[in-house]
Design a protein. Structure first.
Length: 421
């Protein structure tokens, strides 16, 4: 007799298996587009974490966790008792390092037994590489159509230039049935590595989260955005794709001009914190720091109170934080990257500032915190613009149609893509 987890809620309807990070709010947001579509949906989670209880999609948990999980929506690789024993013995780190081979074998058996119609890998690394390896090693070709979703700019922008990685990336890209991305630049890079035109999904470009709920976010506005005095910096960390130290330097340059204000710095890493502590006390007193991963609901709550959303970067797709800011009335400060410039305009939708130039970031902050007319004008313009390019209300039916027709092996669906005009 099948367990509640293994019993499909919609017998005979398409089956979709997602593969990706279970703790990613972006993954949750995309998968939740299918909430009311009467499709059988499951997520195979990679070994980095466990989804929150609020995520009701059936999830295969490979992460080592002593938590008690809901057997209706979670199937776990290690039993809870076994996990507790491993933690007591101090073997958790060893298991996390060695779990990949067992994880791949489990994934193969799930695909063989459940026979999904669509297999959707969330991101190139590691999800698509893991599935590609499993598909070949366990001879799973022909079971389900493979949708590969590229994430922002991090998947290809730099990796494609590395000759040690590019050949493997090209092989993976050429093997998928359908490719999704949130920006056109990724398609250009993929074509350079041998992608065929028929592999491009009819959805073309779609926000990685599936878009934002514009109606819900815009409904919480109170008064004019220019009355707000909060700056939200959602990515206060140092990574290869964005640098935090120029932002700290910019704050010193413009501090006198942007007062009064408070700054919320999220997901701050250890390196950023060390340099943050060198700022003058008058700046540090006005900053609110969070070090751990911040739930998306909290980020959105802060966004509705923010005057400015600060997100300069070196590599990016079409930032979800930018769409969220557009829907909540916050003025986005972003970098003029090739993935961003086609869909928004400087001083009409955003203020541009390059990530490595503190003076540009400081100038943008000064303008954003002193020009009330600009802030209110951009907020009005952006509400219309974000409805055109990132509204879940219009994206959801197209995505559902895409999966339905892909499961039937019929690919043409309503064309979409960002309106760059």
């Amino acid at each position: 007799m099948k367990s509640p987890f293994d019993t499909d809620p919609y017998p005979g309807r398409p089956k979709i298996l997602f593969i990706g990070l279970t703790e990613s709010s972006h993954s949750h947001s995309w998968i939740n587009l299918l909430d009311e579509a009467d499709l059988n949906v499951r997520l195979f989670g990679l070994s980095s974490g466990v989804p929150p209880d609020s995520f009701n999609v059936r999830t295969y948990v490979t992460g080592v966790t002593p938590e008690k999980l809901n057997a209706q929506t979670r199937a776990r690789f290690y039993s809870r008792m076994r996990t507790i024993q491993l933690f007591k013995k101090g073997f958790s780190r060893l298991i996390m390092g060695d779990v990949r081979a067992f994880e791949e074998r489990w994934l193969a058996s799930i695909i063989r037994e459940w026979q999904p119609d669509v297999i959707h890998t969330l991101g190139l690394l590691p999800a698509s590489f893991i599935y590609f390896r499993v598909r070949d090693k366990y001879r799973l070709r022909g079971i389900g159509k493979w949708v590969l979703q590229l994430r922002g700019g991090s998947d290809l922008t730099l990796e494609r230039l590395d000759t040690e990685a590019s050949s493997s990336i090209g092989e993976v890209l050429r093997s998928c049935d359908q490719l999704l991305s949130d920006n056109e630049e990724n398609f250009k890079y993929a074509f350079e590595m041998g992608l065929r035109e028929e592999q491009i999904s009819p959805l073309r470009t779609v926000p990685g989260t599936g878009g934002v709920d514009v109606a819900a976010l815009s409904s919480v506005w109170q008064g004019q955005p220019s009355a707000r005095r909060i700056i939200l910096w959602p990515k206060a960390y140092e990574v290869i794709w964005s640098k935090s130290l120029p932002v700290l330097e910019a704050l010193k340059l413009c501090w006198a001009e942007i007062q009064p204000c408070e700054i919320h710095m999220l997901a701050m890493c250890r390196e950023t914190r060390k340099w943050f502590l060198t700022l003058p006390e008058q700046i540090r007193q006005k900053c609110h720091i969070e070090h751990k991963r911040v739930p998306r609901e909290r980020v959105l709550g802060l966004m509705t109170s923010a005057r400015v959303m600060l997100a300069p970067s070196l590599v990016d797709g079409t930032p979800n934080s930018m769409f969220e800011a557009m829907a909540t009335g916050a003025l986005p400060i972003v970098s003029p990257l090739d993935t961003i410039r086609p869909i928004v305009k400087d001083e009409q939708n955003v203020l541009f500032a390059r990530n490595l130039y503190p003076a540009e970031i400081a100038a943008a902050l000064s303008r954003a915190m002193t020009d009330d007319a600009l802030v209110d004008s951009v907020a009005r313009t952006n509400l219309a613009r974000v409805r055109e390019i990132a509204d879940r209300a219009t994206i959801r039916p197209r995505v559902v149609e895409f999966y339905e027709k892909l499961a039937e092996r019929k690919l043409p669906v309503t064309p979409s893509g960002f309106n760059t005009k």
